[in-house]
Design a protein around this ligand. Structure first.
Ligand SMILES: Cc1ncc(COP(=O)(O)O)c(C=O)c1O
Length: 381
């Protein structure tokens, strides 16, 4: 019940990866046939990503090690390459920590950051982005679908505005890639982040789509791999796995999306009916098929997690990266929740192996857990 944090590697993905650890172990820049075999696998996967994203050519796909790295490259790379034009960057108030903290770091280097506010569902109004764009704006970076509340942003409309104003537009699609259709041309994005371990691929592989002609500086300097934008020996097994993972997701997307939406809606309806003073976070319709997020009055999300864990149910309070922090989620606060409401929140995320009986089990256990925690809650009184 925590597939948004990470996913197990699909056995079909593992099977595709295995030969690249042993007999096909070459370095993709070596000239001999071992190297060329690795290079062929890399380029085949790159072409698959071009097709999946509806990109225009292979130089637009840069493989990285993680969505965090891709987002750092997008923000810092654009900032440093375009600072002669201006030093103003726009993000939203509900970005993942790796975008927020990259922006925060850039602020310390003299860049100016504007954070766009969201409504109670976590939605961004494109006209707010338009109003925030200034003469010195060089980049807008808006998350495609929230990792915490699942809300899907009107990316195409924001893309149109950025294109009209001549400002680079990046979207972090780590949670949406492989789950809902993505087309970089339709979305009018210049840069897009996607990740492998959220889609039943291995950890250690991700990509940054960079539209041809975009001015960007690399973060890693070295042997000039990935068209000079990401030096370092390429992680071929992980990238091959990433390719197989997206191939499966694309094939199964329509059916899986319908199946998970049905399960998600059953879960949401069941929780809101069975648990008094429970509330849905995020948009009721414009949300990822696998995401449900709630807040429960009088209790804390961490206590619910520990109790559910004893029943064999793994859930989360929000982003996996910030689950060790004790501060309330910045995403829920941005949606207008008070700190104590944000503390009482829980993210339940479904995936490829979630069955209806799992939903029924959560619907049986969670109301009991919430009731018991409320009985001992000092806030209740
Ligand atoms: C939307 C989003 N962006 C970025 C990341 C960071 O991904 P990684 O930990 O793979 O670097 C995550 C991971 O949770 C995410 O959900």
């Amino acid at each position: 019940m925590d597939y948004a944090a990470t996913t197990p590697v699909d056995s079909r993905v593992l099977e595709a990866m295995l030969p690249y650890f042993t007999e096909k172990f070459g370095n993709s820049v070596s000239l001999h046939s071992f190297g060329q075999e690795a290079k062929n696998a890399l380029e085949k996967t790159r072409m698959m990503m071009v097709k999946t994203l509806n990109a225009q050519n292979k130089e637009e796909i840069i493989f990285t090690s993680s969505a965090t790295e891709s987002n750092n490259l997008a923000l810092k790379g654009i900032a440093f390459a375009n600072q002669n034009k201006g030093k103003h960057i726009i993000i939203s108030s509900i970005e993942h920590d790796c975008v927020l903290n990259s922006a925060c770091w850039l602020e310390k280097q003299g860049f100016k950051i504007t954070k766009i506010k969201v409504d109670k569902y976590g939605l961004i109004a494109p006209k707010e982005v338009e109003k925030a764009i200034r003469k010195d704006t060089i980049l807008v970076s808006i998350i495609h679908a929230s990792n915490e509340i699942g809300t899907i942003q009107p990316i195409e409309k924001i893309g149109e505005i950025c294109q009209k104003k001549g400002v680079y537009f990046h979207t972090d699609a780590a949670q949406s890639f492989g789950k809902i259709p993505i087309d970089v041309q339709k979305m009018k994005v210049d840069l897009l982040t996607a990740s492998s371990h959220k889609i039943y691929g291995p950890k250690g592989a991700a990509l940054l789509y960079i539209k041809k002609g975009t001015k960007i500086e690399p973060l890693l300097h070295g042997g000039g791999h990935e068209f000079g934008l990401r030096s370092s020996t390429v992680n071929i097994p992980a990238i091959v796995g990433f390719g197989k993972a997206i191939e499966i997701c694309q094939k199964e997307m329509k059916k899986e999306s319908r199946r998970q939406t049905k399960l998600r809606d059953k879960l949401i309806k069941g929780i809101l009916e069975k648990i008094p003073n429970s509330h849905l976070n995020g948009h009721p319709k414009k949300r990822l098929p696998n995401n449900a997020n709630f807040w429960f009055s009088y209790i804390e999300g961490e206590a619910i997690i520990m109790n559910l864990d004893s029943y064999g149910i793994g859930v989360s309070t929000g982003s996996a990266c910030s689950s060790e922090k004790l501060e309330p989620s910045h995403v829920l606060l941005a949606c207008g929740l008070r700190p104590e409401q944000a503390h009482g929140s829980l993210r339940i995320s479904l995936g490829r192996w979630t069955k209806e009986k799992d939903i029924d089990y959560v619907l049986k256990v969670l109301p009991k857990v919430v009731k018991r925690l409320r009985e001992i809650s000092p806030f209740k009184r």
